[in-house]
Design a protein around this ligand. Structure first.
Ligand code: WTA
Length: 651
């Protein structure tokens, strides 16, 4: 979580450079005009954006149908996401883009591929035909469990072409997590790879799919396997099929399905405050409008830009700003398979120089890692192609912002700090590089048409510089349309706090200029290296171990990852507290969820501090986890000895 004090005292302001501002897609005048319209009539603003940025097969009857908390955008209109990302760039007056690079892909071992719009179109059509030939129909769910290879984007686009709904499961999640998501989504097919490369080694994916499908009680009929590493995999007859074999004979002709604007585009699971991840549902027309408009405006995309967002397609940032946003804008998007520091700590900077990257979008946690590794690594490479930088995923501390500005941007690149969520589909609060002054640590102002504000618990707007809860008052087109299979949870989680107002779960304040300073999650969701993990999720994983009686999980501040996971565990009588049990529990959590959920510390205790009504006192545990004296009221604590024992465990 961001340090409130250092944010409150941050005073520096950076103005857009004259040259940049003059050439920007959205200049000061345009921004002012859009803000005015967006303020007065957000529906009309978004309808104008939908006309300008998206191609439709037939128009809508109504731009917004809002029956809180259910929003429908562009009611009755028909479109297709893959048509917008591909066909429209290679037809008519745009036909010249046929041979423009759509995807520049770099594998971790150093292999690379450049795929043009024409090629991508052909491969997507072919794969859409493969999906069809295996019985995938409109509205069927397809789970993708992939490394960062172009086939991940091809599979996504192929699903959208025929109206199948994809659900990507990040390749770092375990087979257990994969099994739950396959079951919850009711997926008919899984698209995976034998494996991928990470930190110089081939890791397996297909083996995890096999594990997830063990026992046979699942809806999956086919598993399509991309050959990436060549490692040995088992292919189950009648179920498992090689991608490259299927593609050989597949036709390159596949007209895009004319889909309703509200047709389900994808489900993406994300952590919430319970043990069970939520399947966030996004639909077609509104989502596409939101991501296309924001990509063009915030990243100032021009025809000759080389745009690189470092996110994995397994996260929302990979969906919206590696694949759909940039391709819908007809841009060149870079995909990189591996880790930032392999084979050396300068891999990313080498890639920027190699491909002439002009726009670079990454997470504060990565920036902090690079600060620690030393300036000599970026300084060894020619980064002069860069003209715009972005960050996402967590609050950026002003020190990291300044380093990004000085060492990577050489003081000439504007920085857009973008606040948004899996649920919002696209960016909600961000600078517009052609006309908004930036302040290190602030995401600046809401995008036009986004009615964000800061409220107290009762729904009253708080005064400038007063802390409160981030809120959004009017629906926006990229907004989630629900939680897959759980209407009640959707209503309660996001719309239960105030009347007809969206609650994102973040704390924030505004300064006197109305700039937003996001303070981080205020619920039981942790942000580890920009990735969301629920405390309850890790707790359920821990208590599923036979030797664990009870567990409580909290976050503690960490210099690099933002937050680190600390688990307090009460073992059952027979289990021995000690290093080997700690190791076993860390491994258990990795198996249950994935390495991102692995606790940094595990502390054993005979009991957890609880209130008299039996609630675990998390605030107190957070104090202990970060080495602070317990603060606040402990008078309702059930057993004072418990704190004493927990603190002893510190030594
Ligand atoms: C946090 C990632 C501060 C926030 C796109 C949010 C941020 C959660 C920022 C969503 C930012 C994201 N400044 N905090 N610029 N961007 N967050 O769903 O707590 O993985 O609620 O979406 O990340 O994480 P998610």
């Amino acid at each position: 979580m961001a340090d409130m004090q250092s944010l409150l005292t941050e005073k520096r302001v950076f103005k857009p450079e004259k040259e940049f501002a003059k050439a920007a897609n959205w200049n000061k005048k345009k921004i002012a005009e859009y803000r005015k319209l967006g303020e007065k009539n957000p529906t009309r603003f978004w309808a104008q954006m939908a006309k300008e940025h998206v191609s439709w097969f037939s128009p809508w009857k109504k731009a917004l149908d809002w029956k809180p908390p259910v929003a429908k955008w562009f009611v009755g209109a028909k479109t297709n996401v893959s048509y917008n990302c591909l066909d429209r760039h290679i037809e008519g007056e745009n036909a010249w883009r046929r041979n423009k690079a759509a995807i520049i892909w770099e594998g971790e071992p150093g292999d690379s591929r450049v795929i043009t719009y024409g090629q991508l179109h052909r491969e997507v059509c072919q794969f859409a035909n493969v999906l069809k030939s295996h019985g995938v129909k409109k509205s069927d769910r397809v789970v993708l469990y992939m490394p960062m290879v172009p086939e991940a984007a091809i599979a996504m686009l192929a699903c959208t072409r025929i109206g199948a709904t994809h659900s990507i499961v990040f390749g770092g999640f375990s087979s257990e997590a994969l099994r739950d998501r396959i079951a919850d989504a009711g997926a008919k097919m899984v698209v995976t790879a034998d494996g991928g490369y990470r930190k110089g080694q081939a890791f397996g994916l297909k083996a995890h799919v096999d594990e997830a499908l063990k026992g046979g009680r699942h809806p999956v009929e086919r598993v399509l396997v991309v050959k990436r590493t060549g490692q040995k995999v088992k292919m189950k007859k009648g179920r498992d099929i090689w991608y490259h074999e299927e593609m050989l004979g597949a036709s390159t002709h596949c007209p895009p399905a004319k889909l309703d604007a509200e047709h389900p585009l994808f489900i993406l699971y994300t952590s919430g405050t319970t043990g069970k991840p939520k399947g966030i549902l996004h639909t077609t027309g509104g989502y596409l409008t939101h991501v296309t408009t924001t990509t063009r405006a915030i990243f100032d995309l021009k025809e000759d830009d080389v745009y690189w967002c470092t996110a994995d397609v397994g996260w929302i940032t990979g969906h919206s700003y590696v694949v759909y946003g940039p391709l819908s804008c007809g841009a060149t998007t870079v995909m990189y398979e591996g880790v930032p520091v392999h084979p050396g700590p300068d891999r990313w900077w080498e890639l920027i120089a190699k491909w002439g990257v002009t726009i670079f979008y990454t997470a504060p946690t990565a920036i902090r890692t690079f600060i620690r590794l030393g300036d000599e690594h970026p300084e060894r490479h020619d980064l002069s192609s860069l003209r715009l930088l972005g960050t996402v995923g967590e609050p950026i501390n002003p020190e990291a912002w300044m380093w990004y500005h000085n060492v990577i941007g050489k003081k000439k690149c504007p920085i857009v700090d973008t606040w948004w969520q899996t649920e919002t589909g696209g960016i909600m609060i961000s600078a517009l590089p052609g006309g908004v002054n930036t302040k290190p640590g602030s995401a600046t102002l809401p995008f036009p048409g986004i009615h964000a504000t800061v409220l107290d618990e009762d729904g009253q707007e708080v005064k400038p510089r007063e802390g409160g809860l981030l809120a959004v008052r009017h629906p926006w087109p990229g907004m989630l349309r629900g939680i897959w299979g759980d209407k009640k949870r959707y209503r309660e989680t996001y719309w239960g706090k105030w009347k007809n107002t969206y609650f994102p779960g973040d704390g924030a304040h505004r300064d006197r200029q109305g700039y937003f300073w996001i303070m981080g999650r205020i619920d039981d969701v942790m942000n580890i290296s920009g990735h969301r993990i629920g405390t309850m999720e890790v707790e359920s994983a821990l208590v599923s171990h036979p030797d664990v009686a009870e567990a409580a999980v909290v976050g503690r501040p960490d210099e690099i990852t933002g937050t680190a996971i600390v688990a307090f565990v009460t073992p059952t009588g027979k289990a021995k507290a000690g290093a080997s049990f700690q190791g076993a529990l860390k491994k258990h959590v990795t198996n249950e969820i994935g390495a991102i959920a692995r606790p940094a510390d595990i502390r054993f205790t005979t009991a957890l501090p609880k209130t008299r009504s039996g609630k675990i006192m998390r605030r107190l545990l957070r104090n202990i986890a970060s080495g602070e004296e317990p603060t606040g009221d402990t008078s309702t604590l059930e057993d004072f000895n418990v704190i004493a024992t927990l603190k002893e465990g510190d030594e």
